[in-house]
Design a protein around this ligand. Structure first.
Ligand SMILES: NC(=O)c1ccc[n+]([C@@H]2O[C@H](COP(=O)([O-])OP(=O)(O)OC[C@H]3O[C@@H](n4cnc5c(N)ncnc54)[C@H](OP(=O)(O)O)[C@@H]3O)[C@@H](O)[C@H]2O)c1
Length: 322
C-alpha cells in the first residue's frame, strides 16, 4: 500500500468550541511540526465579546484566521486553497454542514485528509449503533467521506470526556443528575448500574493530543476509526478518586439502574426533549459501547502520553470549584 501524504497544512472548523478549542490549543503547542495552521470561523465569533480575545491570541501564535460562512461554497473553497488537512470540530447543531465541506474537500486540488467532528462515541460500534438517534448525522458524514474518490479520512473516536465542565461525565451534571453525577461541592454522586460498569474515557486535553498524533501519523490513521482513550474505569473507581482527592471521607451515593436510565431516555424522547441525547449517550456508554478488545493508542504512539484517572479528577475538581 502506498504511504499516505503528510498532514502538514491544517484548516480547523469550530476552533473556539468546547473541544475545538482544546484541539486547536494542542495543534498550536505543536506548531513546529506543521507548516501552516489556519482556522475558519464566522464574523459573529470574531466579533463576539467572549471569543475575540481567543481569536487574537491564536493570531499572535501565527494561526491564520479565515472569516467566512461555513455554508458558502465559495468561502470554503477559497479557504481550502493550499490546505492539505481539514480538522472539523463543528458542534452538534452544525454537523450536517460537513457533508458539503467533505464534497468541496474532495474537489479541492490540495486537501487530501478530512477529520470529521467525531471525538465521542463509536457510532459504528455494533449493529444497533445504526439506529441510535444521536448518531444519525455523524453516520451521514461518514457515508459522504467513504463515497469520496480523492479524500482520505480519520475518525477520532474517544468515548465520553472525563472533564468537569457542565454536563460532562465528571461534572455535577446539575440538569440531569439521575443520568450520573459527581458533585464536588456537595460530596454527592449518582452512579450508573451497580457502579461497576466499565467505561473508556478521554480528557478533552487528551482529545487534542490524540488529534495531533493522528495527524502526525498520517499512514496509521488513514481511512480508519481510531478508537483511542485516556483510561477505562468504573463509576466506583471515579468516586473513590474524588473521595481521595477531597479529604478522604465517603460521599453520599445513590444509583440509577440501567432500566431506570432507559425509562428516563424513553420519557425524554416521547416528550421531544432535546436533552434525551444525554440519556441515550449515557445508556450507550453504560451498556459497554466504549469497550474494545484493544484500543488504538499504540498505532499513533499515544500509549504513554495520556492522562490518568487521578489527573482527570484533579482537573475536574478545579473546574467544579472555580
Ligand atoms: N465525547 C463527549 O463527551 C462529547 C461531548 C461534547 C461534544 N462532543 C463532540 O465534539 C464535537 C464538537 O462539539 P462541541 O460541543 O465542542 O461543539 P460546540 O462547542 O457546540 O461548537 C463548536 C463550534 O462549531 C461552530 N458552530 C456551532 N454552531 C454553528 C452553526 N450553526 N453554524 C456554523 N458553525 C457553528 C462554532 O465554530 P467557531 O468556533 O468557529 O465559532 C463553534 O465554536 C461534536 O462532534 C460533539 O458530538 C463529544
Amino acid at each position: 500500500m502506498s504511504s499516505a501524504p503528510a498532514c502538514k497544512k491544517l484548516l480547523i472548523f469550530g476552533a473556539t468550541g468546547l473541544v475545538g478549542s482544546r484541539i486547536t490549543r494542542e495543534i498550536v503547542r505543536n506548531k513546529s511540526q506543521f507548516e501552516r495552521i489556519a482556522i475558519f470561523t464566522s464574523r459573529t465569533t470574531v466579533e463576539s465579546a467572549t471569543k475575540s480575545e481567543q481569536i487574537a491570541s491564536l493570531q499572535k501564535e501565527g494561526v491564520g484566521v479565515i472569516v467566512g460562512d461555513v455554508t458558502s461554497a465559495g468561502d470554503v473553497a477559497r479557504a481550502y486553497s493550499g490546505i492539505d488537512t481539514v480538522i472539523s470540530c463543528l458542534g452538534r447543531n452544525a454537523l450536517e454542514h460537513q457533508i458539503e465541506l467533505v464534497r468541496l474537500a474532495n474537489e479541492s486540488p490540495s486537501v487530501h485528509r478530512f477529520f470529521p467532528s467525531e471525538y465521542g462515541t463509536d457510532i459504528e460500534y455494533g449493529p444497533s449503533s445504526a439506529h441510535e438517534i444521536p448518531h444519525q448525522k455523524k453516520l451521514k458524514v461518514r457515508a459522504a467521506l467513504r463515497a469520496c474518490d480523492r479524500l482520505d479520512h480519520t475518525y477520532v473516536v474517544t468515548g465520553p470526556y472525563a472533564d468537569g465542565d457542565p454536563g460532562l461525565y465528571f461534572s455535577a451534571n446539575a440538569s440531569g443528575k439521575q443520568a450520573g453525577s459527581f458533585d464536588v461541592k456537595n460530596k454527592e454522586a449518582v452512579l450508573l448500574g451497580d457502579g461497576n460498569l466499565r467505561i473508556s474515557f478521554t480528557t478533552m486535553h487528551d482529545v487534542g493530543k490524540l488529534v495531533v498524533l493522528a495527524a502526525l501519523h498520517a499512514d496509521s490513521s488513514r481511512n480508519k476509526a481510531l478508537r483511542v482513550n485516556s483510561f477505562t474505569v468504573t463509576d466506583s473507581d471515579i468516586l473513590h478518586e474524588f473521595e481521595r482527592q477531597t479529604g478522604g471521607q465517603a460521599w453520599k451515593v445513590s444509583y440509577t439502574s440501567l432500566d431506570e436510565l432507559r425509562r428516563l431516555e424513553r420519557e425524554a424522547l416521547d416528550a421531544g426533549k432535546p436533552y434525551a441525547v444525554l440519556f441515550t449517550l449515557r445508556r450507550i456508554w453504560a451498556e459497554g459501547g466504549t469497550l474494545y478488545d484493544k484500543r488504538d493508542n499504540h498505532l499513533i504512539d499515544a500509549e504513554h502520553v495520556v492522562d490518568t484517572l487521578a489527573d482527570a479528577v484533579a482537573e475536574a475538581i478545579k473546574v467544579q470549584t472555580s
